[in-house]
Design a protein around this ligand. Structure first.
Ligand code: GDD
Ligand code: MN
Length: 368
């Protein structure tokens, strides 16, 4: 018997939509896509990280009556970038797009994006920063600033000539992603930058402006955090991958801990008249707790501890930091023995202590 001949035309375009708690936006988005994409063979792939609000159920119910609607429900994993990559990997269409579920991305530019691909582009980016694009209404001022700074840094250090490398709205030939799939990071949300930075050749890129709309239903999951992690990724790439993003975030948290330490020292000696040793002890405890909470919130937010685990984690973190401090002081004193260079000895100790704390806490405190 001959091979079965497919009777239904396969989609030319898969639109990958990462979702977390977007149940109210699913049906409106599909309606808008249907309107915008008439005449194009498309499908939408929702990649939902097991949202408690039942987003995947809503999407699958829709999939039951509309075969263009697919949904991949991921359990035990979280993260925008990983969701996008998995969605793209699940597609057989020659062209894939990534867009947000919350209607902030303007679906009416999708046909123009697809035309650009048909005309030879490898990558088409929906940009808020080229002439005609805008985001003033959809982003807070601080995020806008962060977004612009990150863009400037990406240009300067990674020679990425995109006006909006943080955009979560783009279309690309699927083969381009397949080729680099094994090196793409699944942490965080910087999928576009990661794709561009990981592709060895220059992608033939087109930018199309759009206006970033305001979110109507549900809430933003990224917030100002986006910027912090984004800057981390940039520094990591600039260092040629020598420093992992997580380590840089750990260091940044540690730096803020030093400020907290010094402030606590001042307050406890002034307000509570503690002796220096007790004040130093109190400041150390406060700073360690501060670092733990911040790391739990930011650096390890994908492995965030809560409830009883939070308490256990905190105790282990105290132990790890104490060992790190011993190692720090030990090495610093040892180096100081070779020649009284305070700066050098102090720095060596601090570096060793930080590396130890990072390595030990990622294995012991926030283990996978
Ligand atoms: N599967 C999955 N897993 N989806 C997620 C996750 C996650 O952990 N976190 C967020 N999403 C989905 C949301 O449901 C939404 O569809 C989309 O990713 C974007 O999330 P928002 O929370 O709406 O992001 P935003 O509006 O603050 O940020 C937008 O602008 C950034 C640039 O400033 C996004 O377009 C980002 O991609 C973009 O980098
Ligand atoms: Mn959004």
């Amino acid at each position: 018997m001959d091979c079965p001949v497919p009777t239904l035309s396969a989609p030319e375009l898969s639109i990958v939509v990462p979702t977390f708690n977007e149940s109210a936006n699913i049906a409106p988005l599909v309606r808008l896509l249907d309107k915008a994409l008439s005449g194009i063979a498309w499908e939408v792939i929702f990649v939902d990280d097991n949202s408690p609000d039942g987003t995947s159920r809503v999407a699958k119910e829709l999939g039951l009556i509309d075969s263009r609607v697919r949904c991949l429900r991921r359990v035990g994993r979280r993260g925008l970038a990983g969701a996008c990559v998995e969605g793209i990997m699940s597609s057989a269409a020659p062209t894939v797009a990534v867009m947000d579920a919350d209607l902030q991305h303007d679906e009416t530019i999708l046909p123009a994006m697809l035309s650009a691909i048909r005309n030879g582009a490898d990558l088409v980016v929906g940009s808020r920063y080229v002439e005609g694009g805008s985001s003033s209404s959809g982003l807070s001022l601080i995020r806008q600033w962060g977004s612009e700074t990150a863009t400037a840094l990406a240009k300067r250090f990674l020679r990425i000539e995109l006006s909006d490398p943080m955009s979560g709205f783009f279309m690309i030939r699927r083969e381009k992603v397949e080729a680099i799939a094994s090196v793409l990071s699944s942490d965080g949300f910087k999928i576009l930058l990661d794709i561009v930075a990981s592709t060895p050749e220059r992608l033939n890129t087109v930018e199309i402006p759009f206006t970033f709309r305001e979110r109507k239903a549900g809430e933003s999951k990224l917030g100002t955090l986006v910027t912090a992690e984004y800057l981390g990724l940039l520094f990591s790439k600039i260092s040629g991958g020598l420093f992992p993003v997580r380590f840089l975030m750990f260091l940044a948290v540690g730096a803020s801990g030093i400020v907290v330490h010094l402030a606590t020292l001042k307050i406890t000696t002034l307000a509570f008249a503690l002796t220096f040793s007790w004040a130093q002890f109190a400041a150390t405890m406060v700073a360690m707790t501060w670092n733990f909470v911040l790391n739990n919130q930011l650096t390890y937010r994908d492995r965030r501890l809560s409830g009883l685990q939070f308490i256990f984690g905190l105790v282990i973190f105290y132990a790890v930091c104490s060992l790190g401090t011993l190692a720090n002081v030990g090495v610093a004193s040892w180096i100081y023995g070779f020649g009284p260079n305070q700066m050098l000895a102090g720095l060596a100790g601090a570096i060793l202590g930080s590396v130890f704390n990072y390595a030990a806490s990622s294995v012991l405190t926030w283990r996978k």
